[in-house]
Write a protein that binds this ligand. Structure first.
Ligand code: GAR
Length: 187
Protein backbone atom coordinates (compact mmCIF):
# COMPACT_ATOMS: atom_id res chain seq x y z
CA UNK A 1 0.00 0.00 0.00
CA UNK A 2 1.33 3.44 -0.94
CA UNK A 3 0.75 5.69 2.02
CA UNK A 4 -0.16 9.35 1.56
CA UNK A 5 2.47 11.69 2.86
CA UNK A 6 0.89 13.70 5.64
CA UNK A 7 1.87 16.79 7.59
CA UNK A 8 0.50 17.34 11.09
CA UNK A 9 0.25 20.94 12.31
CA UNK A 10 0.49 21.43 16.07
CA UNK A 11 0.81 24.21 18.65
CA UNK A 12 1.06 22.40 21.98
CA UNK A 13 0.77 19.08 23.72
CA UNK A 14 0.70 16.91 20.59
CA UNK A 15 -1.22 13.96 22.03
CA UNK A 16 -3.23 13.61 18.80
CA UNK A 17 0.00 13.76 16.83
CA UNK A 18 1.45 10.99 18.98
CA UNK A 19 -1.69 8.90 18.49
CA UNK A 20 -1.58 9.40 14.71
CA UNK A 21 2.12 8.48 14.60
CA UNK A 22 1.36 5.20 16.39
CA UNK A 23 -1.65 4.45 14.18
CA UNK A 24 0.25 5.24 10.99
CA UNK A 25 2.87 2.61 11.83
CA UNK A 26 0.16 0.06 11.10
CA UNK A 27 0.75 -1.28 7.57
CA UNK A 28 -2.87 -0.92 6.54
CA UNK A 29 -3.28 2.66 7.80
CA UNK A 30 -3.48 4.94 4.72
CA UNK A 31 -1.09 7.70 5.78
CA UNK A 32 2.51 8.21 6.79
CA UNK A 33 3.37 11.19 8.99
CA UNK A 34 6.17 12.73 6.94
CA UNK A 35 6.31 16.21 8.42
CA UNK A 36 5.33 18.10 11.57
CA UNK A 37 4.85 21.87 11.56
CA UNK A 38 4.56 23.85 14.77
CA UNK A 39 3.97 27.56 15.30
CA UNK A 40 5.28 27.16 18.86
CA UNK A 41 8.97 26.50 19.42
CA UNK A 42 8.26 24.95 22.82
CA UNK A 43 5.38 22.70 21.76
CA UNK A 44 5.66 19.38 23.55
CA UNK A 45 4.50 17.70 20.31
CA UNK A 46 7.91 18.39 18.75
CA UNK A 47 9.39 15.77 21.11
CA UNK A 48 7.34 13.11 19.27
CA UNK A 49 8.66 14.29 15.91
CA UNK A 50 12.19 13.99 17.30
CA UNK A 51 11.56 10.61 18.91
CA UNK A 52 10.16 9.11 15.71
CA UNK A 53 12.68 10.90 13.46
CA UNK A 54 10.03 12.81 11.58
CA UNK A 55 11.21 16.05 9.95
CA UNK A 56 9.75 19.07 11.70
CA UNK A 57 9.60 22.77 11.10
CA UNK A 58 9.04 25.65 13.48
CA UNK A 59 7.19 28.48 11.84
CA UNK A 60 7.30 31.99 13.24
CA UNK A 61 3.92 33.32 12.18
CA UNK A 62 5.03 36.85 13.04
CA UNK A 63 7.34 36.85 10.00
CA UNK A 64 5.94 38.29 6.77
CA UNK A 65 6.89 35.39 4.51
CA UNK A 66 5.92 32.57 6.87
CA UNK A 67 3.24 31.25 4.52
CA UNK A 68 5.75 30.87 1.71
CA UNK A 69 7.94 28.85 4.06
CA UNK A 70 5.06 26.54 4.92
CA UNK A 71 4.09 26.04 1.27
CA UNK A 72 7.71 25.42 0.22
CA UNK A 73 8.19 22.87 2.96
CA UNK A 74 4.91 21.07 2.17
CA UNK A 75 5.89 20.87 -1.49
CA UNK A 76 9.44 19.76 -0.78
CA UNK A 77 8.11 16.91 1.34
CA UNK A 78 5.42 16.01 -1.26
CA UNK A 79 2.64 16.37 1.29
CA UNK A 80 -0.80 15.38 0.06
CA UNK A 81 -2.80 15.57 3.31
CA UNK A 82 -2.66 18.09 6.17
CA UNK A 83 -4.01 17.18 9.60
CA UNK A 84 -4.49 20.02 12.06
CA UNK A 85 -4.15 18.68 15.60
CA UNK A 86 -4.41 21.44 18.17
CA UNK A 87 -3.01 24.01 15.72
CA UNK A 88 -4.23 27.26 17.26
CA UNK A 89 -3.85 29.48 14.23
CA UNK A 90 -6.17 30.00 11.27
CA UNK A 91 -4.64 28.83 7.98
CA UNK A 92 -4.59 31.48 5.29
CA UNK A 93 -6.97 31.37 2.32
CA UNK A 94 -3.96 30.76 0.10
CA UNK A 95 -2.96 27.50 1.79
CA UNK A 96 -6.60 26.42 2.05
CA UNK A 97 -7.00 26.98 -1.71
CA UNK A 98 -3.81 25.13 -2.66
CA UNK A 99 -4.74 22.16 -0.46
CA UNK A 100 -8.46 22.30 -1.21
CA UNK A 101 -10.20 19.29 0.43
CA UNK A 102 -6.83 18.02 1.62
CA UNK A 103 -6.85 19.68 5.04
CA UNK A 104 -8.72 18.25 8.00
CA UNK A 105 -9.04 19.40 11.60
CA UNK A 106 -10.13 17.98 14.94
CA UNK A 107 -12.20 20.13 17.26
CA UNK A 108 -13.25 19.32 20.84
CA UNK A 109 -17.00 19.89 20.45
CA UNK A 110 -19.94 18.61 18.48
CA UNK A 111 -19.73 21.10 15.63
CA UNK A 112 -21.39 23.36 14.61
CA UNK A 113 -21.78 23.95 18.34
CA UNK A 114 -19.03 25.79 20.22
CA UNK A 115 -16.55 26.86 17.58
CA UNK A 116 -13.37 28.63 18.70
CA UNK A 117 -11.72 28.62 22.11
CA UNK A 118 -12.80 27.65 25.66
CA UNK A 119 -15.05 24.87 24.41
CA UNK A 120 -15.45 23.00 27.69
CA UNK A 121 -16.39 26.16 29.61
CA UNK A 122 -19.02 26.91 26.96
CA UNK A 123 -20.39 23.35 27.06
CA UNK A 124 -20.81 23.48 30.86
CA UNK A 125 -22.24 27.00 30.85
CA UNK A 126 -24.80 25.97 28.25
CA UNK A 127 -25.81 22.93 30.34
CA UNK A 128 -25.40 20.54 27.40
CA UNK A 129 -26.47 16.91 27.88
CA UNK A 130 -23.87 15.64 25.44
CA UNK A 131 -20.53 16.74 24.07
CA UNK A 132 -17.69 15.18 22.08
CA UNK A 133 -15.41 15.87 19.15
CA UNK A 134 -15.63 16.47 15.42
CA UNK A 135 -13.24 15.86 12.53
CA UNK A 136 -14.01 18.10 9.56
CA UNK A 137 -12.57 19.44 6.33
CA UNK A 138 -11.04 22.87 6.68
CA UNK A 139 -12.23 25.90 4.74
CA UNK A 140 -11.35 29.53 5.27
CA UNK A 141 -13.77 29.99 8.20
CA UNK A 142 -13.02 29.02 11.80
CA UNK A 143 -13.98 25.41 12.70
CA UNK A 144 -16.21 25.21 9.64
CA UNK A 145 -16.22 22.88 6.60
CA UNK A 146 -17.89 19.53 5.90
CA UNK A 147 -18.01 17.13 8.78
CA UNK A 148 -16.32 13.73 8.39
CA UNK A 149 -16.98 12.18 11.81
CA UNK A 150 -18.43 13.15 15.20
CA UNK A 151 -18.20 11.19 18.42
CA UNK A 152 -20.27 12.01 21.50
CA UNK A 153 -20.68 11.10 25.16
CA UNK A 154 -23.19 12.05 27.85
CA UNK A 155 -22.10 14.63 30.40
CA UNK A 156 -22.51 13.68 34.06
CA UNK A 157 -23.35 16.11 36.86
CA UNK A 158 -19.88 15.45 38.29
CA UNK A 159 -18.07 16.59 35.14
CA UNK A 160 -15.90 19.68 35.16
CA UNK A 161 -13.57 21.29 32.61
CA UNK A 162 -10.79 18.86 33.32
CA UNK A 163 -12.91 15.66 33.14
CA UNK A 164 -14.62 16.89 29.96
CA UNK A 165 -11.23 17.50 28.39
CA UNK A 166 -10.02 14.04 29.37
CA UNK A 167 -13.15 12.30 28.07
CA UNK A 168 -13.16 14.33 24.86
CA UNK A 169 -9.52 13.62 24.13
CA UNK A 170 -10.04 9.91 24.69
CA UNK A 171 -12.69 10.05 21.96
CA UNK A 172 -10.43 12.14 19.73
CA UNK A 173 -7.85 9.35 19.68
CA UNK A 174 -10.50 7.12 18.09
CA UNK A 175 -12.18 9.75 15.92
CA UNK A 176 -9.11 11.12 14.10
CA UNK A 177 -7.80 7.76 12.80
CA UNK A 178 -11.35 6.68 11.89
CA UNK A 179 -11.93 9.91 9.96
CA UNK A 180 -8.69 9.37 8.03
CA UNK A 181 -9.67 5.81 7.12
CA UNK A 182 -13.09 7.10 6.06
CA UNK A 183 -11.75 9.77 3.70
CA UNK A 184 -9.37 7.33 2.02
CA UNK A 185 -12.21 4.91 1.37
CA UNK A 186 -13.67 7.59 -0.89
CA UNK A 187 -10.61 7.95 -3.11
C1 GAR B 1 -7.37 18.81 21.01
O1 GAR B 1 -8.31 18.53 22.01
C2 GAR B 1 -8.05 19.45 19.80
O2 GAR B 1 -9.36 19.03 19.62
C3 GAR B 1 -8.01 20.92 20.17
O3 GAR B 1 -6.77 21.11 20.78
C4 GAR B 1 -6.41 19.90 21.48
C5 GAR B 1 -4.98 19.59 21.14
O4 GAR B 1 -4.50 18.56 21.93
N1 GAR B 1 -8.16 21.72 18.99
C6 GAR B 1 -8.83 22.88 18.97
O5 GAR B 1 -9.35 23.37 19.95
C7 GAR B 1 -8.89 23.53 17.60
N2 GAR B 1 -9.98 24.42 17.49
P1 GAR B 1 -3.16 17.81 21.57
O6 GAR B 1 -2.12 18.88 21.26
O7 GAR B 1 -2.82 17.02 22.81
O8 GAR B 1 -3.42 16.95 20.37
Amino acid sequence: MVKSKTCVFISGQGSNLKNLIYRSRDKSFPIKISLVISNNKNANGITYAKKFKIPYLFINTKLKNYENKIIQCLKKNKISLICLAGYMKILSDRIVKIYNKKIINIHPSLLPKFKGLNTFEKVLKNKERKTGCTVHYVNSKLDDGNIIIKKAFYISSKDNISTLKQKTQKLEYKAYPEAIIKIFRRY
